[in-house]
Design a protein around this ligand. Sequence first.
Ligand SMILES: [Zn+2]
Length: 385
Amino acid sequence: MARREAPAAGPGSRALIVDVIRSANTISRVELADLTGLTQPSISIIVRELITDGIIHETGSTDSVRGKPRKLISLNPNNRFGVGIHLGPETVTCVAIDLTGGVVGREVVPFTGAGAAALAGRFDDFTQALDLPRERIEGLAVVGPAGNTGLGGALRAELTSSIGLPVIVENDAAAAALGEFWSRRVSREQSFGCIYVGAGIGAGFVFGGALFRGASFDAGELGHMSIAFDGRECPCGNRGCVERYASTTAVVAEARATPLGRRLGLEGATTAGAYDLISRAAVNGDRDAHAIVDQAAAYLSVAVTSMVNLLDLGRLVLTGPGVALAGAIHARRLRGHLDRTAHARRRHGIVVELSAQPRDTAAIGAAALVVQASIAPGHTPGQAY
Ligand SMILES: [Zn+2]
């Protein structure tokens, strides 16, 4: 790897070190100096602080043929926790993670409201059921669809005062990107993108270890990238937005308009339930269901390829309820389209992966935002709203 200019030891150095330890899993101080470009004395000071704060711990030594063995350090998972709440269209998902992104608790309940009182009650119920010590919870992040007007600064202030902990509010696709980045141990050199497929479609990006937010915290509106200038009308004012063709809502509407709808019994189901019925049929060999999901995946691939070309991304994760059951159909379409058409395909490969926890990814990401803000500050420039 190309060595960077040696950065001065400063507030960013601590975030850099935490990030390199996270992506390496275990690492020695000497390797840390190599990878960060920081001097040995700076590394020693910051590592000592991080050990004192309980964020990292020594986990053994390397075998060494010559010279003395090197002590290895890694994140100390059990020391602190982040809590995330994802407000979905029909359900509320609560997740607690440790410092490495490992899930220590998860609960899904029906949606009962997004006000501060309801959310504070949810937070108390969830953390008490898990028996998480309050002093080890770093905070709460609440995430929902971009443009959810209920998720504002007023909610954050009210919630902060009622639970007595820091509160972050963010859009779900951006949170999912950070969660995947954190738990997959993606290194900060990679240009990383995450595509969230649900009732809406969004994208999140992590560049240099930090979530990319744009001028008004609104980056990643992939769903409103047009794939046809005279296409379907969209409430945003544009035409041909990919969300109108590839979201779970669009796929369910498409299926309901064909004989497949009656055959699968979609009329009585919720949108999320109907989408799962279609996806399950698609991966179980139902030709009509497969054709509908595959068509949606093909439309999405066109928009994602434009996004990859604009940002020169190297690694992508597909996540969200839209890829929970039939994600392989989406991944195959997208890989094929990128292989044939992506601008950078002859310079570098573009890795496409599927999330391991597509339904929980936004809640996990929310909790990861809390963890990152607390142990690697300097990455989170502000709040989303
Ligand atoms: Zn639109």
